[in-house]
Design a protein around this ligand. Structure first.
Ligand code: ADP
Ligand code: ZN
Length: 438
């Protein structure tokens, strides 16, 4: 038994071989389908299909069952997706409703245990130990971000500080006073925190003890991650999840930092073409569809996450045989169609964050001008950047416009702004304002 498993027996699930993962899935899939059939919603939806759970032992067989969508979850509110009596339910979360009406998600005590173990496995895999001081800067409450890493950190035995979102000067004070070593933070807020450290004269290399940050809940480019790592002198690991599955921890990055390992003993993943619904091969980018394998309170079959990624089937140098997904490019509903071209905000972010003079905040605005789509990218300059050399600023602006035109195949307007001029939120960053007519 390796060192980690002797202290944390649940870590064994992270060391399963491909064959073992496959047999866990084969065993759990029929159980998941049987549990789903106990819910009023699936019982009705699947009635005409005569589904025999015991026959559903593979992904191919599962494909007989239609997708479940966010709309379906809404139609089943409040209790249509419950598979157990309410007295077995111990917690409810609400999806934050970034894209519409929120939906309720339920957990039994075992569901919460599995969730905590999945996340703890990801934290242990990159080297978190019971000696770490974990400062959780994600929002607590109905949003799953805060509690989603809180219990895993306690399970590992970290000194766990439920700092919650915002209040940057207090966050910095806590990091300094208690020697925080691990953060959980929104990437957009991480860049702001780094900036506030600089303003307060706090030098992370000298004054802080940070080792890792777990970052997630919103798309972010590799360039943003690199900035965060440099600015706070730590390693940043991407954590992916969604309330409908549990919350953060469906997939987490390992030290190789090349994709996020799914926890395939609890989630069965497919990638589909978002338009046709047809399955896509490993390596092909499309929409992630997930089936819960162990969830008791609210089993979901073939849930369309709307997140765009691909499966990386190659083996990973870290040794885990759970397959990886690539970092999320965005949601299908984040995709903008501008002058007939598909654009993800992430494509724009990647370009902006390559430019050292650019700060961390940007906003994409869309308008209709003379019946044409007009895109304006407003970006804050970094605070180190002087704001008085107008020729230099014009050169930077042109450079950005040129780089964006190469990527997007049309030329957006670019506006340079002073630091702190764009609005910020305590939650997930808002990157797009679409004022187009029609
Ligand atoms: P809402 O759907 O209302 O935002 P959630 O809090 O459940 O509620 O958010 C889950 C969504 O957040 C995911 O479907 C995905 O779009 C996004 N997300 C979560 N983690 C990441 C990540 N590491 N990278 C990119 N996007 C992420
Ligand atoms: Zn790995």
């Amino acid at each position: 038994m390796s060192g980690i498993t002797s202290q944390y027996p649940f870590y064994q699930a992270d060391q399963l071989t491909r064959d073992e993962i496959a047999s866990v899935q084969t065993e759990r899939l029929p159980q998941a389908v049987a549990r789903a059939l106990k819910t009023p919603w699936y019982a009705e939806r699947l009635a005409s299909l005569n589904v025999v759970p015991d026959r559903i032992t593979s992904l191919e067989a599962l494909r007989e069952i239609p997708f479940t969508t966010k709309e379906d979850l809404r139609s089943g509110m409040p209790f249509g997706f419950l598979a157990v009596p309410l007295d077995q339910v111990v917690r409810m979360h609400y999806s934050s409703g970034t894209t519409g009406i929120a939906t309720a998600i339920y957990h039994t005590a075992d569901d919460l245990q599995h969730w905590a173990e999945c996340v703890a496995r990801g934290m242990l895999r990159v080297g978190v130990t019971c000696e770490d001081v974990f400062q959780n800067m994600m929002g607590y409450g109905l949003f799953t971000g805060g509690l989603g890493l809180h219990y895993p950190a306690e399970l590992i035995g970290c000194l766990t500080i439920p700092a919650g979102a915002g209040n940057t000067s207090r966050q910095i004070e806590i990091m300094k006073t208690f020697g925080t070593t691990v953060l959980h933070i929104l990437p957009s807020y991480g860049l702001r925190l780094a900036h506030s450290c600089r303003e307060a004269g706090v030098v992370p290399q000298r004054d802080l003890s940070l080792r890792f940050a777990f970052v997630g809940a919103e798309p972010h480019s590799p360039q943003t991650r690199a900035r965060l790592e440099n600015a706070l002198a730590l390693k940043a690991y991407n954590v992916y999840g969604l309330s409908e599955m549990c919350g953060p921890g469906v997939a987490m990055e390992c030290t190789a930092q090349e994709g996020l390992h799914l926890r395939e003993d609890h989630y069965l993943a497919e990638i589909i073409d978002p338009d046709s619904g047809e399955p896509l091969a490993d390596g092909e980018e499309g929409e992630l569809v997930l089936t819960t394998l162990s969830r008791e309170a609210m089993p979901l079959l073939r849930y369309r996450t709307r997140d765009i990624t691909c499966i990386l089937a190659e083996s990973c140098p870290c040794g885990s045989q759970h397959r990886r997904i690539s970092p999320i490019l965005g949601r299908t509903d984040d995709m903008l169609i501008v002058r007939g071209t598909n654009v993800y905000p992430m494509q724009i972010e990647r370009i902006l964050m390559e430019i050292p003079e650019i700060g961390s905040n940007y906003l994409i605005t869309l308008e209709t001008v003379d019946e044409m789509d007009e895109m304006t990218v407003s970006v804050e300059l970094s605070s180190e950047q002087g704001y008085d050399d107008s020729r230099r600023l014009e050169a930077i602006r042109r450079q950005i416009a040129h780089d964006l035109a190469q990527e997007l195949l049309f030329r957006p307007n670019v506006k340079l702004l002073e630091p702190h001029s764009l609005p910020t939120t305590e939650g997930k960053a808002v990157r797009v304002v679409d004022n187009r007519i029609g």
